[in-house]
Every structure is written in structure tokens, then in C-alpha cells.
Design a protein around this ligand. Structure first.
Ligand SMILES: Nc1ncnc2c1ncn2[C@@H]1O[C@H](COP(=O)(O)OP(=O)(O)OP(=O)(O)O)[C@@H](O)[C@H]1O
Ligand SMILES: [Mg+2]
Length: 201
């Protein structure tokens, strides 16, 4: 069964048909590429698949559920996260804080548990920090963990976005131009990591 499937997707902006009757199927465990020239509609399709914008027509099924009535954050909680062509990070937070915020279902999100189960909250946060550090190491950002995310270069922000997406332990990641603005040596490394992350599930 497809993990992500879309059919008959259409989106126009005024007279521009950005996405015209698109069918796409992403099988579980696959790495699926989407290519096209500038302005072909790739980013618009990603925005539709993650419900950042609503389609004029068509539907999207993720993990067996239609997602048209869900907010992007709810889709992320279901396990589909996306990155942006121009990376979006929380500039005034540190790289590590950007990572920690992404972790899902943290005990510390519950007001009462913060007060009555502080040890559990602290233990979980330690584990999240370790996991975040491991992911930051894999994208070469470990030394920047305490820096403001806003101080990173464009390429480094893309890497942070990818690492942050992985912090959510997603079932599917939509990467919008993961290599744009990243140096060629690092691109090879990112390709290797994408393969590795895929194999790890
Ligand atoms: N919010 C918007 N308002 C108006 N037109 C838009 C909007 N978003 C996209 N478009 C138009 O839709 C078309 C597809 O744009 P889109 O950004 O999806 O292309 P792309 O394939 O991601 O291009 P690139 O490779 O340059 O990132 C373009 O003609 C663009 O001008
Ligand atoms: Mg684009």
C-alpha cells in the first residue's frame, strides 16, 4: 500500500495552472524523486501534499487517511514532515533548541507532569538532547549546537531543517530542494545520509 497517494490534484493561482491533475504514489520505504524545471510546480505540489495550501480539486491520502481537513501540524504529528525550499528555522533560538522543539509527544508538554513528574521530564529531555546531538553530528552541525540558528549560513539552515525533521521520527519526509545552496561535497554526504535514514526506516 502507498504511504502517500494523491490523485487529481489541481491548483491555480489566477491564470497560472501551477499543479494540473497530478497523480503521485509514494510506496512505504521508498525514496521518490520529483524533478522539473523552475516554475514547474514542485513546491506548490509539496504545499498541497502537506496541506499548507488547499487544492482546487483532488485528494491526498497519507498513511491510509485523507488529510484535507487536517492542519499541517496535525499532519506532522501523523508522521509526514516537510522542509522548505528556503529553510525556515527559529532564528532567535539555538540550534539545539530548534532540535528539541521538534521532538513529539514530550512529557514536559503537559502542565501537570512538569510539576509532578519532573524527573521523568528531565530524563526524557536528556535523551532528546543525545538524539539531537547525534543527528546534528550527522549533518556536521554539532559544533554549532549552542549558536543562534539565525547565525547559520543558508546551506547550514537547510541541514538543520533536515535534522529537525528527523527529530520528529517521521514516517515520511518531503524535502524541497535539499541540495540547493549546499556545497557539492556536502551534497554527496547528504545523499548518503538520505539513503541511510531511509534504510533505518
Ligand atoms: N502563491 C503564489 N501566487 C501566485 N503564483 C504562484 C504562487 N506560488 C506559485 N506560483 C506560481 O506557480 C508556478 C509554480 O511555482 P512553484 O514554486 O511551485 O515551482 P517550482 O517547481 O517549485 O519552481 P523552483 O524549481 O523554481 O522552485 C509558478 O509559475 C509560480 O509563479
Ligand atoms: Mg520550488
Amino acid at each position: 500500500m502507498a504511504l502517500l497517494a494523491a490523485s487529481g490534484l489541481c491548483k491555480s493561482f489566477g491564470g497560472v495552472r501551477a499543479v494540473d491533475n497530478v497523480e503521485i504514489m509514494v510506496p512505504q520505504g521508498s525514496i521518490t524523486g520529483l524533478i522539473g524545471p523552475n516554475g514547474a510546480g514542485k513546491t506548490t505540489l509539496f504545499n498541497l501534499l502537506s496541506n499548507f495550501i488547499h487544492p482546487d480539486k483532488g485528494r491526498v491520502i497519507f498513511d491510509g487517511e485523507p488529510i484535507h481537513s487536517l492542519q499541517p501540524y496535525q499532519i506532522a504529528q501523523m508522521g509526514m514532515v516537510r522542509t522548505f525550499q528556503v529553510a525556515r528555522v527559529l532564528s532567535r533560538l539555538s540550534v539545539m533548541e530548534n532540535m528539541l522543539l521538534a521532538a513529539q509527544k514530550q512529557t514536559g508538554e503537559n502542565f501537570w507532569k512538569v510539576w509532578f513528574q519532573p524527573h521523568l521530564v528531565a530524563k526524557e529531555e536528556r535523551q532528546q538532547r543525545e538524539r539531537a546531538m547525534m543527528l546534528l553530528e550527522s549533518v556536521g552541525l554539532a559544533a554549532k549546537a549552542q549558536d543562534y540558528a539565525g547565525a547559520l549560513s543558508g546551506g547550514q539552515r537547510k541541514l538543520l531543517e533536515m535534522a529537525r525533521a528527523l527529530m520528529t521520527q517521521p514516517k515520511l519526509i518531503l524535502l524541497d530542494e535539499p541540495a540547493a545552496g549546499v556545497n557539492p561535497t556536502l551534497i554527496r554526504q547528504i545523499c548518503d545520509y538520505i539513503t541511510q535514514w531511509n534504510q533505518e526506516g
